[in-house]
Design a protein around this ligand. Structure first.
Ligand SMILES: NC(=O)c1ccc[n+]([C@@H]2O[C@H](COP(=O)([O-])OP(=O)(O)OC[C@H]3O[C@@H](n4cnc5c(N)ncnc54)[C@H](O)[C@@H]3O)[C@@H](O)[C@H]2O)c1
Length: 260
C-alpha cells in the first residue's frame, strides 16, 4: 500500500516536473491531496505531465531566470492564494567528464546557474511569501555528489554541495517563521536517462555493475523512492525536521563496501 499523508488544502510548486524524479514528486504530492503547480522549461511538457492529475496546474519556468522564478511564485499565489510547499528539483549535469584543469567554463556556468542559483531564485521568491504566511516547506534535491565528491564532475559536485549548505542556511534563517527547509540526496536513480546507462547494452551492464558495487542494496533506486522521501518532508508528521539532508541512496554513502 502506498504511503499516504494529508496534504489537502496545501499549494505546492515543483520545478523540473516534466519528467522523471520531478514528475514523480509532483504526482505523489497531488495524490496525497495537494494542489500542485507542475513547472518546467517547456509548458507543453508540464501540461502533458499534469494532464489528468486532480487540481494540478502547469506553468513554464526556467529556474535560472531570476525574474521568471519570482513571477511564477507570484502567479501561483495569485491563482491559489498561498504557497505551502516548494520542491526545488530542476537540475542538470554534463556529459563532459574531464578533470578540473580541462573543465569548460561554459559548463561550469551552465550547471551552477541552474543547480545552485536557480534553486536560490525560486527559494528566495517563495520564502518571502512563506514568511508572511508563517509556514512553509522547502525541499531541495541535491545529490550524493553534494556529500561525497564524484571524480570528473567538479561543477555538479560543487553545485550540489552548495545546495546542502544553502539548505541548512535557509533552515536556520527561516525556522523562526515556521518554514522548514530540508534536502534529499539521491544516489543512482533509474530514470529514462539512467536506464540507458544501466541497461543500454553489454558495455553499459559492465559499467552499471561497477557503479552498483558501491551500493549495499545492489540496485538503483526508483523515482518513487525520491517522491516518497519528498512526501515525508512535506507531511505534517515531519513538522520537527528541518536543516536535514535525507540520503536516499541504497547505502552508497554510508561507508566503504570493500573489506580492509
Ligand atoms: N537521476 C539520478 O540518478 C539523480 C541522482 C542524484 C540527483 N539527482 C537530481 O534529481 C533531480 C532530478 O533528476 P532527474 O534524473 O529526474 O533529471 P531529468 O534530467 O530527467 O529531469 C530534470 C528536469 O529538470 C528540467 N530542467 C532542466 N533545466 C531546467 C531549468 N533551467 N529550469 C527548470 N527546469 C529545468 C528538465 O527539463 C527536466 O524535466 C536533479 O536535480 C538531479 O540533479 C538525480
Amino acid at each position: 500500500m502506498p504511503m499516504t499523508v494529508d496534504l489537502s488544502g496545501k499549494i505546492a510548486l515543483v520545478t523540473g516536473a516534466g519528467r522523471n524524479i520531478g514528475r514523480a514528486i509532483a504526482e505523489t504530492l497531488a495524490a496525497n491531496g495537494a494542489t500542485v503547480v507542475f513547472t518546467d522549461l517547456k509548458l507543453a511538457d508540464v501540461e502533458a505531465a499534469a494532464q489528468g492529475v486532480p487540481r494540478a496546474a502547469a506553468m513554464a519556468l526556467d529556474v535560472s531566470d531570476e525574474a521568471a522564478a519570482a513571477r511564477v511564485v507570484a502567479d501561483t499565489i495569485a491563482r491559489f492564494g498561498r504557497i505551502d510547499i516548494v520542491v526545488n528539483n530542476a537540475g542538470i549535469n554534463t556529459a563532459t567528464r574531464v578533470p578540473v584543469d580541462q573543465f569548460p567554463r561554459s559548463e561550469w556556468d551552465r550547471i551552477l546557474a541552474i543547480d545552485l542559483s536557480g534553486l536560490f531564485f525560486v527559494s528566495r521568491a517563495a520564502a518571502g511569501a512563506m514568511r508572511r504566511q508563517k509556514s512553509g516547506r522547502i525541499i531541495n534535491i541535491t545529490s550524493v555528489a553534494g556529500l561525497v565528491p564524484l571524480r570528473l564532475q567538479c561543477a555538479f559536485t560543487a553545485a550540489k554541495a552548495g545546495v546542502v549548505q544553502l539548505t541548512k542556511a535557509m533552515a536556520i534563517e527561516l525556522g523562526g517563521d515556521g518554514i522548514l527547509v530540508n534536502a534529499i540526496a539521491p544516489g543512482s536513480i533509474l530514470t529514462d536517462g539512467t536506464k540507458q546507462l544501466f541497461y543500454g547494452d553489454p558495455a553499459a551492464a559492465e559499467k552499471a555493475s561497477r557503479m552498483l558495487s558501491h551500493v549495499p542494496l545492489g540496485r538503483p533506486g526508483a523515482c518513487a523512492d525520491i517522491a516518497n522521501a519528498a512526501l515525508f518532508l512535506a507531511a505534517p508528521e515531519s513538522g520537527y525536521v528541518t536543516g536535514h539532508v535525507l540520503t536516499v541512496d541504497g547505502g552508497w554513502t554510508a561507508g566503504y563496501t570493500r573489506d580492509f
